[in-house]
Design a protein around this ligand. Structure first.
Ligand SMILES: [Zn+2]
Length: 378
């Protein structure tokens, strides 16, 4: 199985011609539709590279689907030349992206060179510092054959795609259960040992109160800003200050949640590897969406939670694939009895009881019992 991981690197705006990148993206869109268009005022080398890497790119299906509309923004696939520390090379020598891992007196060590993709000038090239991410993926046996360049919110980015062939390990009998269902209670995980006992259980909760505070502060400011604007003071210094504070608060929320999902997904993957566990994921479902609605969370915040829940699952599965951890998705309902499948009754303290067989457990732990009992069924 080929596993892939991607990193986005923001490119220095002053060294990149955004319009040039946009033109390359339009050419890419056309290439998806099998049009080879040779534009006289663009460097021949880059156009040649575009079409030659495009053919390889389609076979490797790195990013999957073709753009649906004509002229929709499509990222430009690029070949990558790898020059390793010992001087050996892999890939096309004239590739527009060069990953240079050499480190000696003659070269700056560990750099990425982009040739001809940032500006329409013959021989134009820029250098970037190699992110640690790249060095780690290479150490783990990965290879970076492809890169993409494109715009996101009008900012230029480079995407590097690491590939690695992995064979999932044979699980030891331990299972790591990840319950992604209720953000208000955090993501929860449990470890079920080979004897079907719950060996560990813990919620991974972001600091929701902190997020809530930032969110409402931003909303308040936003309302006050609206008022100022209606009164004709929308371009005053005070309004400008408010706008800056709103943006700062919003950026703080995004950064906090991004960091949280990144750290937690990585921790779980490492836990699974240590135990050689099989991972079972109970993904967010309609039931929990309704739960979020009932909790009267403002819709903006709810959207954010849903977005980061999806991001968490995506990050988790990408890393599980990368490290060869066997995993599957499974519904582990917290309202149905894991022993007799009878509907459970919820007590005021969130304990769930089965009136049919007497099963009793805290609501958040019910999914973990499902995993144990499945084994008994077989
Ligand atoms: Zn029961």
């Amino acid at each position: 199985m080929t596993a892939r991981r991607t990193i986005l690197i923001e490119l220095p705006k002053d060294k990149c011609d955004v319009d040039y990148i946009r033109r390359l993206m339009s050419l890419t869109n056309l290439a998806y539709r099998e049009y080879e268009t040779w534009i006289p005022d663009l460097p021949k080398t880059i156009q040649h590279q575009l079409y030659s890497s495009f053919k390889n790119f389609l076979e490797s299906l790195v990013f999957g689907s073709a753009p649906k509309r004509w002229f929709a923004e499509a990222w430009v696939p690029l070949k990558v030349l790898r020059i390793y520390a010992n001087g050996s090379m892999k890939g096309d020598k004239s590739a527009p992206v060069v990953l240079d891992f050499r480190s000696n007196a003659n070269f700056k060590s560990n750099v990425i060179r982009l040739r001809q993709v940032c500006r329409s000038e013959p021989g134009y090239s820029i250098e970037l510092t190699m992110p640690k991410w790249v060095i780690e993926r290479i150490k783990e046996g990965g290879d970076i054959k492809y890169a993409m360049i494109g715009l996101k919110n009008d900012k230029p980015y480079l995407a590097l795609i690491a590939e690695r062939v992995v064979k999932p390990y044979v699980p030891s009998g331990y299972r790591l259960v990840v319950d992604v269902n209720a953000w208000s209670n955090g993501v929860a995980y449990g470890i079920i040992n080979p004897n079907n006992r719950i060996a560990e259980y813990s919620p991974l909760r972001p600091n929701l109160r902190l997020i809530d505070t930032w969110y409402h502060r931003a909303e308040d400011l936003h309302k006050r800003l609206g008022k100022l604007r209606r009164l004709g003071f929308g371009s005053t210094l005070e309004a400008e200050k408010m706008r800056m504070r709103i943006n700062t608060l919003r950026r703080k929320i995004y950064a906090y949640l991004r960091d949280f999902v990144q750290k937690k997904s990585h921790e779980l993957v490492m836990k699974a590897i240590r135990l050689r566990a099989e991972v079972l994921i109970d993904d967010m479902i309609e039931e929990s969406r309704r739960e979020l609605l009932e909790e009267k969370i403002p819709s903006g915040l709810r959207k954010l939670y849903l977005m980061y829940t999806r991001r968490f699952v995506k990050l988790l599965t990408t890393q599980l694939q990368w490290y060869g951890v066997p995993y599957r998705f499974e519904r582990l309902p917290s309202t149905i009895c894991p022993i007799c499948r009878h509907e459970l009754t919820q007590l005021p303290d969130r304990t769930m009881v089965c009136t049919n067989c007497g099963f009793k457990a805290p609501r958040d732990l019910v999914p973990m019992y499902w995993v144990g009992s499945h084994e008994l069924d077989n």
